[in-house]
Design a protein around this ligand. Structure first.
Ligand SMILES: [Zn+2]
Length: 257
């Protein structure tokens, strides 16, 4: 599960819209790793990539933070390796509210994507004619905010979609809901790993098997396979833990244990 990373002397700290923001040093490492292929084009591209990841993750977490604020609690934003967190000062009660908080992150990214697209359509700032660097900035802003938002909505723990799935399952199946949502999480993660690996193999054989899919349909990469592989295993472990707690339910009062 995503837990708050420890504080380090190398944290970058600032306030944005009155929210305290902390950027863990591993955030920069993770962003550079994800954009490692841009180094072939030049250091400028890598720097643009890292800036895009920074802005996009900040906007995503701001979505959660603003929703928390709407429901009466402020939060601290932490950017960490391969992801971020908005940690509220107090928990939000009510399934509907918690679902809105979870959806607000990807939604904020979609809004940013829409703004980038609309300003480009109106002024043409992202045209290739304005230079390769500007065009790369435009494309990565669209890509990161659109596809990462979609990826986050899959009902896999601990992604935002996984949180929504847990709330929805809890509403329909009560205490059994958590276990059902973990099973959904394992199933979806396994499916995405298979799909991503299939895409990788297909790309090696000139992409003939998946050519029926439209060009904009997200293709999986080795990164996607690794990510969902790890998340699937995590969900499996959480499910085993749930089973264990259920079988070893201890009724004794604490001092008798
Ligand atoms: Zn999120």
């Amino acid at each position: 599960m995503l837990v708050e990373p420890e504080r380090t002397p190398y944290d970058l700290r600032f306030r944005f819209l009155r929210f305290p923001v902390r950027v863990h040093p591993l955030f920069w490492v993770g962003s550079a790793l994800m954009g490692a292929s841009t180094l072939e084009l030049g250091l400028h591209y890598m720097l643009i990539w890292i800036a895009v990841v920074f802005v996009s993750m900040l906007v995503h977490e701001l979505g959660h933070a603003l929703a928390f604020r709407l429901f009466g609690t402020d939060s601290e934003i932490v950017l960490y390796i391969f992801g971020g967190l908005a940690i509220p000062w107090s928990q939000v009660s009510g399934r509907g509210r918690r679902i809105i908080v979870s959806l607000a992150g990807p939604f904020a990214g979609f809004v940013l994507c829409g703004i980038v697209y609309a300003t480009h359509k109106a002024t043409g700032w992202g045209d290739l004619a304005n230079g390769l660097l500007v065009w790369y900035l435009y494309i990565s802003l669209i890509f990161v905010n659109l596809y990462w938002g979609i990826l986050n909505l899959f009902p896999v723990f601990p992604l935002d979609g996984g949180q929504v799935s847990r709330e929805v399952c809890g509403k329909f199946w009560g205490p059994r809901g958590k276990r059902i949502s973990l099973k959904i999480s394992i199933g979806v993660a396994a499916f995405l790993v298979v799909y991503a690996l299939f895409c990788v193999i297909d790309a090696r054989s000139r992409g003939e098997m998946l050519s029926f899919l439209p060009w904009w349909f997200p293709r999986g990469s080795l990164w996607t396979a690794i990510l969902f592989g790890i998340l699937g295993v995590q969900s499996y472990q959480l499910l085993k833990q749930e089973d264990w707690t259920e079988r070893h339910w201890d009724d004794r009062v604490p001092w008798e244990r």
